[in-house]
Write a protein that binds this ligand. Structure first.
Ligand code: B16
Ligand code: MG
Length: 218
């Protein structure tokens, strides 16, 4: 029996992917790396340093920079990104998600957040969503990021629930792998070809309701 939900944030609760894209793209172009839609898709759910390495690897540049230089580049992206997200308001909660969170709360389900973003607490505050969650996993405390299962395992532990009692929501392929590895039921939001490993697929956040989930679970 399902008793809780573990939530990814960027792309599931918050419309922030567009800001990550603007900030990374600006840095990539400065470094002479060609941007493409496939790269953009693969960056979803990947932590900050992992994302930078993935961008540099596009043009085999990952060994051209020292770790210190990479830290500076990642910090530059984050400063830019922080400026973009400082304008977030409750109006930037993705369609349907506020109502979904309300229905989960009303029905006694527990919720936690499994986001790779170190900016998650700040963003949840800006969106007015912080109070729905029992806890937010601190990504800085992880040994390995998505697709490793650790972050969703930890999100389940925050709720003191077993994997079989949990549904994890994700918009990235790396995140779906993480949920599956943690033994939770995976709910993918977005292109079902990209998220083909998800147990349940929804095209967009507006379609995610308790009734629709129950219908798909059968
Ligand atoms: P930050 P999620 C992820 O969040 C994003 O999808 C990914 O694009 C980003 O690089 C990562 O967070 C780290 O974010 O630089 O803010 O720490 O989808 O796991 O909620
Ligand atoms: Mg995401």
């Amino acid at each position: 029996e399902i008793k809780g939900f573990t939530f990814d944030m960027d792309g599931v609760l918050a419309d922030t992917a567009k800001f990550h894209t603007v900030a990374w793209r600006q840095l990539a172009e400065k470094l002479g790396v060609t941007w493409n839609d496939d790269l953009q898709e693969r960056l979803k759910g990947i932590d900050r340093m992992g994302s930078l390495n993935m961008i540099l690897a596009e043009d085999n540049l990952e060994n051209q920079y020292s770790q210190e230089q990479k830290e500076t580049l990642a910090a530059e992206k984050n400063d830019n990104y922080r400026q973009l997200i400082s304008t977030l308001t409750p109006g930037d909660v993705l369609p349907g998600m506020q109502a979904f969170l309300d229905s989960l709360k009303a029905n006694g389900y527990l919720m936690s957040v499994a986001s790779a973003s170190k900016n998650a607490p700040f963003i949840l505050e800006k969106l007015g969503l912080a109070d729905y969650f029992v806890g937010v996993v601190d990504p800085a405390s992880l040994h390995a990021g998505k697709p490793d299962p650790e972050i969703f395992v930890r999100a389940g532990e925050l709720l003191k629930l077993a994997p079989e009692q949990l549904i994890g929501l994700e918009d990235s392929a790396a995140g779906i792998q993480s949920i599956n590895g943690a033994g939770q039921t995976s709910l993918g939001i977005g292109n079902s070809q990209v998220l083909s490993e998800a147990d349940l697929n929804f095209e967009n956040t507006a379609e995610v309701t308790l009734a629709a989930i129950q219908a798909k679970l059968g």
